[in-house]
Design a protein around this ligand. Structure first.
Ligand code: NAP
Ligand code: MG
Length: 496
């Protein structure tokens, strides 16, 4: 099956006619489709279309823009099963999770659509008589949207729905590992009635499409989710040009388990947090910090449960853990496991590619646990982005938080405790954008801000109402109806 770009309301191939293949990570013999390997000339066309479309789209009333997004939500809901199955074939995670990914897109559509009748500014008294003051949100223009492969529906919708709702137009460059899910989303937006040129889809690589999109002078805003290294390059470009850049980057998330915690619950949370999506989530649990008093008890149950996780094709209902996204990713995971061993950490589960039966044709890797990890080791510091978790030990709450905060990242975090004082202290002192109490590090809901501190981003947030600050500019409006020149800060109103 051959797929195309979507530019100015039409499905067309790349100008260069070059193509790339999309294969299933669970079985490299399964070809999912062939997609255009686009280049800067295709980006140019898409940006030109988006710029033209913006002129009209910005004038469509927000509640009407919202109706189209609502319809897109309805269409996503109708196609949920088909999209989720294709997503599992395309990127590997189990069907239960791809259904969740699609559901997140549906939730985001409904939430963004509701915002069409809010999009609040402020009205506030003016300091001078017969003068009116308010602030309003205004769209920015053409937005370049660049997304990763691990949440191929949810992440694009977090960006695209609010961008459109706010009156912007979009050029969307999805990860080249998940072009099909991206294409389904764009098909749905077109079917929902979005005018031509308001959304454009350009398939291709980071250097072939991503960089020209970021650097295009008529792209006014870049919203990027991906690795910190690419994020830094984009931010540097934004620094030079003052283009608005919103970045959601990596994580090195930790779960603390205190000595009073419900251990069964904490084990369940750690399994889901560390090995859900095969550990390839920005919010995945990558470190488990155990209070010394419960460490042995926790680990004996946890390791036994890890060894029982079933690997396989994500479409098979008995599978717990799907494959990694690619061969390169599997090599990277293996590299980190070797580093962990050399650093002196104790490998207590997994540590090898998994090649039994049907799995030998895919990029499977055993769920892996390192014990006796020191917080300064590379496996405790660097984002691994795979099914590898490091266990560290703490003697107190303050030591656990100190270990958790000893990271350049600050996305998600979790603490298991039944002590309210401990929980509230952790909420206050943990350096992260998200803290869960008695829940794993994963599981964000779409109506709260999503994002992180430190190297996880550049201060912006997605989701909730916070994302509106990414996709709009504030305009302050003063209306003087006094009929004379009034000077703020200079004319003194005399109260009689
Ligand atoms: P990545 O290599 O940075 O790629 C992300 C996206 O950027 C892809 O579409 C990629 O295209 C594109 N890209 C690559 N190089 C580029 C460049 N020089 N200029 C512009 N675009 C470029 O990240 P990944 O490995 O796919 O994703 C994993 C990373 O994403 C992890 O670090 C993870 O923590 C992070 N992540 C963060 C969040 C969050 O919300 N904080 C959520 C999910 C994932 P290609 O696919 O064609 O290479
Ligand atoms: Mg693929």
């Amino acid at each position: 099956m051959e797929y195309k770009n979507f530019i100015n309301g039409e499905w067309i191939g790349s100008k260069s006619k070059q193509k790339f293949e999309n294969r299933s990570p669970a079985n490299w013999e399964e070809l999912i489709g062939v997609f255009p390997r686009s280049g800067p000339e295709d980006v140019d066309d898409a940006v030109a279309a988006a710029e033209q479309a913006f002129k009209k789209w910005r004038l469509v009333p927000a509640p009407k823009r919202a109706e189209i997004i609502f319809r897109a939500g309805e269409l996503l809901r109708k196609s949920k099963e088909e999209i989720s199955r294709d997503m599992t074939r395309e990127m590997g995670k189990v069907l239960q999770e791809t259904r969740g990914d699609t559901q997140e897109g549906i939730d985001t559509a409904y939430y963004a659509a509701g915002e069409g009748r809010r999009l609040f500014g402020e009205t506030t008294p003016a300091e001078l008589p017969n003068k009116f003051a308010m602030s309003i949100r205004q769209p920015i223009g053409v937005c370049g949207i660049i997304s990763p492969w691990n949440f191929p529906m949810a992440i694009p919708t977090w960006k695209i729905f609010p961008a459109l709702l706010c009156g912007n137009s979009v050029v969307f460059k999805p990860a080249s590992d998940t072009p099909l899910t991206a294409l389904k989303l764009v098909e749905i937006l077109a079917e929902a009635g979005l005018p031509s040129g308001v959304i454009n889809l350009v398939h291709g690589t980071g250097s072939g499409v991503g960089t020209p999109l970021v650097e295009h002078p008529r792209v006014k805003l870049v919203s990027f989710t991906g690795s910190s290294s690419v994020g830094r390059q984009i931010a540097a470009f934004g620094g030079k040009t003052l283009k608005r850049i919103s970045l959601e980057l990596g994580g090195k998330n930790a779960q603390i388990v205190m000595d009073d915690a419900n251990l069964e619950l904490a084990v369940e949370g750690a399994l889901w947090g560390a090995f859900g999506t095969t550990g390839q989530r920005c919010t995945a649990t990558s470190r488990i910090i155990l209070h010394e008093k419960i460490k042995e008890k926790f680990l004996s149950v946890f390791i036994e449960r890890v060894k029982r996780l079933r690997l396989g094709n994500g479409l098979d209902s008995s599978t717990d853990v799907g494959p990694l996204i690619s061969e390169g990713q599997r090599e990277q995971i293996q590299g980190y496991v070797e580093i962990g061993k050399k650093e002196g950490a104790k490998l207590v589960a997994g540590g090898r590619p998994f090649e039994e039966g049907e799995c030998k044709k895919g990029w499977f890797y055993e769920p892996t646990v390192f014990d006796e990890v020191d917080q300064k080791m590379r496996i405790a510091q660097e984002e691994i982005f795979g099914p590898v978790v490091s266990v560290l030990t703490a003697r107190s709450l303050s030591e656990a938080i100190e270990i958790l905060n000893d990271s350049s990242y600050g996305l998600s975090s979790s603490i298991y405790t039944n002590n309210v004082n401990v929980a509230l202290t952790a909420i206050r002192d943990i350096e992260a954008g998200i803290t869960y109490v008695n829940g794993p590090t994963i599981g964000a809901e779409v109506h709260l801000p999503f994002g992180g501190v430190k190297d996880t981003g550049n201060g912006h947030r997605e989701s909730g109402t916070a994302v509106l600050d990414v996709f709009t500019e504030w305009k302050s409006v003063y209306i003087d109806y006094s009929g004379k020149l009034q000077k703020a800060q200079i004319d003194n109103v005399v109260i009689q």
